[in-house]
Design a protein around this ligand. Sequence first.
Ligand code: COA
Length: 329
Amino acid sequence: MAPYARLTGWGMWVPERVMTNQELEAMVDTSDAWIRRRTGIGERRIAGSQDTAVTMGVAAGRRALEVAALSPQDLDLIIVATVTSERIFPACASQLQHALGASRAAAFDVNAACSGFIYALVTAYQFVLSGTCRRVLVVGTEVYSRILNWQDRSTCVLFGDGAGAVVVEAGPPPTDALSFVLGSDGAGADLLYVPGLCGAAGPFNQDGHHYLTMVGAEVFKFAIAATVAATQQALAAAQLDISQVDILIPHQANYRIITAAARALEIPSERVFMNLERYGNTSAASIPMALCEAIDQGRLKKGDHLVLVGFGGGLSWGAVALHWAGGRN
Ligand code: COA
């Protein structure tokens, strides 16, 4: 009999340092009013000099293991979604595995930018459902503050740092995940990217920088369409109607993207979770951080249907529909 899988642990960690919109007013030609009106973001966290994707991911991972009542040695696999790893190699996941003391676990990274957590989560479920692994830690961890051009007002106001993690475990039936959707359109690779070290043209973009570059208006349109389509595909595959979704947890990029997608999906705003006002866009960390806060705020009850949906550089997107089992119990 095929094994069953469910999400049994969750945790998040953010740096202490809060950067307000007012602070950004002193750095670039922007205003608190513009940022709030156009994005919904009020503040974001910024990594301290000692924080990295590894240290933040370890902190979030420890909390997720605590909730799942597991020790690091119980883990068979660690999957880390990040595009802000300290090193090109070894993987952030390898460093995190060592720092966590998860000596039995295999470890690898997933690079799907802001969709990374969904890609990693879907992968974790496949490992558990196939019987290959019993306990998988999935981490989304990002320090975008180190890849932003702090003189570019069109990008630096949008992002923040943080980490979130979940545990996916083999367990009694039923499996809580009902459907998985993943997608990619590499034709949009130039719309949102950070140059690497090994490009034929060298490690810089067309402006001579190595920072994140984005065509905001194009990404905006893509983001709405991807959120709507991925959610609809996940619901169809799970044989659910949008009216049965108790909570939609989308990637936290911009409240205008989320509200436009929610309107198109015909889901009332009180069933759509948002916390981007306090964190901005934390890329691969945004969905697990939002999931943690939704749980902590009592927004999820056992038996609820939820959809996690993400989009980002690649271009990439993905969604998972779940029948919330309430953790390990
Ligand atoms: N403060 C003040 N003005 C700003 C600004 C800022 N931080 N950033 C851009 N502007 C200006 C622009 O220069 C432009 O000025 P102009 O009309 O004189 O040229 C004006 O505001 C409007 O720019 P526009 O790009 O049309 O703004 P917008 O309302 O579309 O919002 C984004 C810009 C970036 C917020 C929006 O395009 C967006 O959210 N895109 C998706 C980004 C995203 O989520 N990326 C990550 C995906 S994972």
